[in-house]
Design a protein around this ligand. Structure first.
Ligand SMILES: NC(=O)c1ccc[n+]([C@@H]2O[C@H](COP(=O)([O-])OP(=O)(O)OC[C@H]3O[C@@H](n4cnc5c(N)ncnc54)[C@H](O)[C@@H]3O)[C@@H](O)[C@H]2O)c1
Length: 322
């Protein structure tokens, strides 16, 4: 299939574009920033790279037509939860404004299948047990609300017969795929890259919250290896191509690790300590976020190949360049 991947320069987008190209799809990568800046995207050079803005409906319609696109994987967006609290309009603009422009372009170009990067942030305050897809969606921050709004829009379009979709609710993407992607954001707010920077620089890693009800007091998350996450997009596209029904699915391992456990695992992989300092809880951060991964196994046959935390941290350590 010809697949447009928006946000293809990003941490997860690079892994997705590669995985789809490896599976034989003709991939068109699309991102605000030039992809080459981050190094060549695919050794086989089978990924076309376009610079553009998903808010540009006309440009996108042209791109979809020019490249005879069959399906879209939509990862482009703004992703920093704390920033979404202080700059909500930018989040609504890129994540929802961009989503509307993209969906209008898809309908105009008669492209009817989309895999959308949703997030565990759609759930908000959660129970201690792994969250299933039916859990109440009540996001705690503007970032999560923009993701939920996109899900609502996709549900409406599906009911109207305009598009079919798979919304993948990622839990925490982590780790690296050698030569393909390394976790790096601007600004960086994610635990593993920040811990590796702390270990390299000696400047302590801030641990946000040490009084959560999680055993050791630090926040608990479900870490999904970025290579496994990329593969979920491949199987989601196959499902849509075979005429499968629209779905919203967790991409989760069902395993929870605390911040302190992740730091300890990184220390084992590095063979040296990661300096840390306790800091206040961050606004919008839930204490724990663990997903039930059984529905994606049932519907798409996806199971994580690398659910083990030490595998994830080892891959991050091997690929990290401060
Ligand atoms: N990283 C995680 O753990 C995680 C968890 C849940 C959901 N997600 C979602 O996955 C997607 C990818 O996340 P990531 O970690 O790779 O982030 P990232 O910041 O590395 O990648 C996002 C990419 O989108 C591009 N982009 C932003 N606005 C755009 C626009 N208007 N037009 C075109 N391109 C635009 C950026 O340039 C960037 O390359 C996002 O939608 C994010 O919300 C990520």
């Amino acid at each position: 299939m010809n697949v447009l991947v928006t946000g293809a320069r990003g941490y997860i987008g690079r892994a997705v574009a590669h995985r789809l190209a490896d599976a034989g799809h003709a991939v068109v990568g699309f991102d605000l920033a030039p992809l080459v800046e981050e190094g060549p995207l695919h050794t086989a050079s089978s990924i076309r790279q376009l610079v553009g803005d998903v808010r540009d409906e006309e440009g996108l319609t042209q791109t979809l037509q020019d490249h005879a696109v069959d399906a879209v994987v939509h990862l482009a967006g703004k992703i920093v939860v704390s920033e979404s609290v202080t700059e909500p309009l930018a989040y609504w603009d890129h994540n929802v404004g961009g989503g509307i422009a993209l969906l209008k372009a898809m309908v105009a170009a008669d492209v009817r299948q989309i895999v959308f990067s949703s997030s565990a942030a759609v759930y908000g305050e959660v129970a201690p047990e792994p969250i299933a897809e039916q859990h109440r969606r009540e996001p705690m921050n503007p970032y999560g609300r923009t993701k939920l709004t996109m899900e609502w829009m996709l549900e409406d379009l599906d009911r109207a017969g305009a598009v079919h979709y798979v919304a993948l609710r990622y839990f925490n993407a982590a780790g690296a795929v050698p030569g393909v992607t390394v976790e790096r954001h601007h600004p960086e707010t994610h635990l593993i890259p920040n811990a590796l920077t702390a270990a390299a620089s000696g400047r302590p890693l801030k641990i946000f919250g040490s009084d959560y009800d999680t055993g050791d007091g630090t926040a608990m998350r479900d870490y999904v290896h970025v290579g496994d996450l990329a593969d979920a997009h491949r199987v989601a596209l196959d499902h849509l191509a075979q005429g499968g029904a629209s779905l919203a699915l967790n991409v989760a391992t069902g395993l929870g690790y605390t911040v302190a456990e992740v730091v300890a695992s990184l220390e084992r992989a590095l063979g040296r300590p990661v300096p840390t300092v306790a800091a206040d809880r961050r606004p919008g951060d839930p204490p724990l976020l663990i997903g039930r991964g059984t529905a994606i196994r049932e519907h798409l046959g996806w199971v994580p190949a690398h659910p083990d935390l030490d595998d994830i941290t080892k891959s991050a350590v091997a690929a990290h360049r401060p």
